[in-house]
Design a protein around this ligand. Structure first.
Ligand code: HEM
Length: 403
């Protein structure tokens, strides 16, 4: 087993400049060095993993920890760990058995059946946004008119967070997902978001309303296990994860369908095609790059390389989802390929808790768009659509559309 010295001078993950391609360099790394030591944008060294089987191995092996406060955890932004010091970890940063318990506590809120019961309300939110689009001037920015408000309204209602405060938490969360945000600003954004939710959780603990946070507070109280700080961490995570990610998939997915009119027409003609198309869009874009990192709790052999205890690992789902051993012609968007074994939602115990919700939102948005605005089209050439090249969740800043 080789223990490779840190040698690379380029940093990874690479900025994404084109909405429709992940860096071609990953293909070469995957073929030649699927586990390679690299520099991270935050100035640490970590192992970059690019092969589908090895990414799944990292994400399902309990010898790799999710504790973001650990010194070896790959840093995607400067001083990333300092922002987290002193805060209790949220679900995404826990390890078993703590993680198993905490995840089980909220799992019931995200089952297929539970999410299905939210569908009529999601449909109404989507219709309201589209009514407003149709009534307003053209072109319109699809990100601010639809992609951001839909998941944001849905997660606010689910959690019991007042949507009127959306500007407050959207500006904070956007600072947190941008690698280029200066440390001071990142720290301030993180503290402000936490203190906002800290206050809100205190209200839920007193009033125990019938929303996710109220139900969690009640459950904790009934079990005699009140844990305010952990509930605040859960609230921060769900609010952030609940709107940033899905919003980016709505805008990127819409752009991809508009640029491939045969796919748009296929969904319009047969709604049974929408869910398989969503799986393919999730695979194709693989928007989450930073979250699927880990740190080794002991020495682990990974793809013929020795990863030592304390070293960081970045399991790159975008590279895994373009592995030609698993997906034929991986750089082609093919909505009929049956892409369910993609890892865009991660893999193993931390696999995305909100994936059923994300799928339902995407399905309702795309089905409603093809039905209600069948002649929708981008109002600018793709090259002019501004992309979030430096964000830990890839997406579009704006998508001007017309019809
Ligand atoms: C975890 C992607 C939407 C809540 C994850 C992970 C990925 C991911 C890759 C795994 C992180 C890891 O391995 O450490 C996505 C994508 C989404 C999406 C691509 C949209 C298309 C959502 C939504 C919610 C959500 C809508 C909440 C309502 C979470 C939570 C975790 C998670 C709580 C942590 C689970 C755990 O650690 O046990 N997501 N997500 N996500 N996601 Fe999502």
């Amino acid at each position: 087993m080789a223990h490779q010295a840190a040698s690379a001078t380029t940093t990874y993950p690479k900025p994404r400049t084109c909405p429709f391609s992940v860096d071609p360099e990953y293909a070469q790394l995957r073929a030649e060095q699927p586990v390679v030591q690299v520099q991270t944008p935050g100035g640490s060294t970590a192992w970059l993993v690019t092969r589908h089987d090895l990414v799944r191995q990292v994400l399902s092996d309990p010898r790799f920890s999710s504790d973001r406060r650990s010194p070896g955890f790959p840093r995607l932004a400067e001083n990333q760990q300092s922002v987290l010091q002193g805060l209790p970890p949220s679900l995404i940063g826990m390890n078993p058995p703590e993680h198993t318990r905490a995840r089980r506590a909220v799992l019931g809120e995200f089952t297929v059946r539970r999410i299905d019961s939210l569908r009529p309300r999601i449909q109404q939110i989507v219709d309201d946004c589209i009514d407003a689009m149709l009534a307003g001037p053209r072109p319109v920015d699809l990100v601010s008119a639809l992609a951001l408000p839909v998941p944001s309204l849905v997660i606010c209602e689910l959690l019991g967070v007042p949507y009127d405060d959306h500007e407050f938490f959207q500006t904070r969360s956007s600072k947190l997902v941008h690698r280029s945000t200066p440390f001071d600003e990142r720290l301030r954004a993180s503290r402000e978001l936490r203190s906002y939710l800290d206050e809100l959780v205190s209200v839920k603990e007193r009033e125990l309303p019938d929303d996710l946070l109220g139900r969690q507070a009640r459950k904790q109280r009934d079990a005699g296990e009140a844990d305010h700080e952990t509930l605040v961490s859960t609230a921060v995570l769900l609010l952030l994860a609940g709107h940033e990610t899905t919003a980016n998939m709505i805008s990127l997915g819409t752009l991809a369908l508009l640029e491939n009119p045969e796919h748009w027409a296929a969904i319009a003609a047969d709604p049974a095609k929408t869910l398989p198309a969503i799986e393919e869009l999730l695979r194709y874009f693989s928007i989450v790059e930073g979250a699927t990192s880990r740190v080794a709790l002991e020495d682990v052999e990974l793809g013929g390389v020795l990863v030592r205890e304390g070293e960081g690992v970045m399991a790159l789902v975008s590279a895994a989802n373009h592995d030609p051993e698993v997906f034929e012609r991986p750089d082609e968007l093919d909505i009929d390929r049956g892409a369910r074994h993609h890892v865009a939602f991660g893999f193993g115990p931390h696999q995305c808790l909100g994936q059923n919700l994300a799928r339902a939102e995407l399905q309702i948005v795309f089905d409603t768009l093809v039905r209600r605005i069948p002649d929708l089209r981008p109002a600018v050439p793709v090259a002019e659509v501004p992309v979030k090249s430096e964000a830990t969740v890839f997406g579009l800043y704006e998508l001007p559309v017309t019809w």
